[in-house]
Design a binder for this molecule. Sequence first.
Ligand SMILES: *Cc1c(COP(=O)(O)O)cnc(C)c1O
Length: 397
Amino acid sequence: MSKHPSPFAVDERGYFGKFGGAYIPEMLYPNVEELRENYESIISSEAFQTQFTQLLKDYVGRPTPLYLASRLSEKYGATIYLKREDLCHTGAHKVNNTIGQILLAKALGKKRIIAETGAGQHGVATATVCALMGMECTVYMGKLDTERQRPNVERMKILGAEVRPALSGSQTLKDATNEALRHWISHPVDTHYIIGSVVGPHPYPDMVARFQSVISDEIRWQLREKENRENPDMVIACVGGGSNAAGAYYHFLDEPSVELVAVEAAGLGIHSGKSAATTALGTEGILHGSRTLLMQTKDGQVIEPHSISAGLDYPGIGPFHAHLFDTGRASFTGVTDEEAMQAGVLVSRLEGIIPAIESAHALAALESADIKGKTVVVNLSGRGDKDLETYIRWGKY
Ligand SMILES: *Cc1c(COP(=O)(O)O)cnc(C)c1O
């Protein structure tokens, strides 16, 4: 988890190439500045590293297996490994980041945690670590989302968190984010804001990528054990904001022999007006505090995204990925709702693993990527339990 000495690492000003920075209202400056000044020294300290590693091991269940998917490999004529983030406590990679951030919040002397959540996955991962650490937790969630994602709302409440429905705007994720930020502005001294992906103002994208980098750190030594090599030929991951992909790519960024494939949600089709294919459709602009690529109208209005998977239903990508796209270091591809659902069922049938629909997007890319004879790692970011309703509604199995 050391700082990455690479052209793909964040620079001193908080940029990845021309993307990133901290575009925030002046009122928020002290909060973000406190974090920026302290995060590197805290997370590289021995005390932090010891606790972080211990909790990832005993609480989250790391290392997660690197599983050779034999029947899937046979189907595609490649050696396909699945990195099993679906086996993490709470069912996805998100908890790697919330563990890191709550330890950071403690080190900064904070007493309260706030977070925003869309579908509720990040809210649950945050409520979980707050219970673990005995910290007060408030999760902002669009009112519409609280109705659509009732089980996750109840999970957060069981864990002791307060869920505050955001009543403004379209009552979804962006409104929840706005209300969380407003709360943070008025409680700067005792509150830490846990952001759930590699998005937001500097230092969040860098910080979250470093917490998630444990994924590629493990892939390297696991592949050495299994294949006597550290580098796969290709790593495939889905991108919502981009945190699971950032973690899966991190230690391969400076290994040009490793192809990095990023999979975005093409929804009903890239040009259907109902997608979240940011690199295909997006332009440069400011979203949630950083300069990045986002889907927007000519006059800068954010376009409502669509994806069948709640975790990919985001109108931008983090600056880390905007830079990988801009430099060509990663290749970006789109997978439709239908293709993702088919891949989800295929992997269920071939491997006995029901993936989260986000992760099914990464798996669907095996159809079109040039993988014959290659050693490929697909990051299985989460499990499908939360998506059962969507599988049932889709119905083709
Ligand atoms: C939230 C989520 C994602 C998308 O978020 P990233 O920050 O892009 O990783 C992907 N997969 C699962 C299972 C998720 O819960």
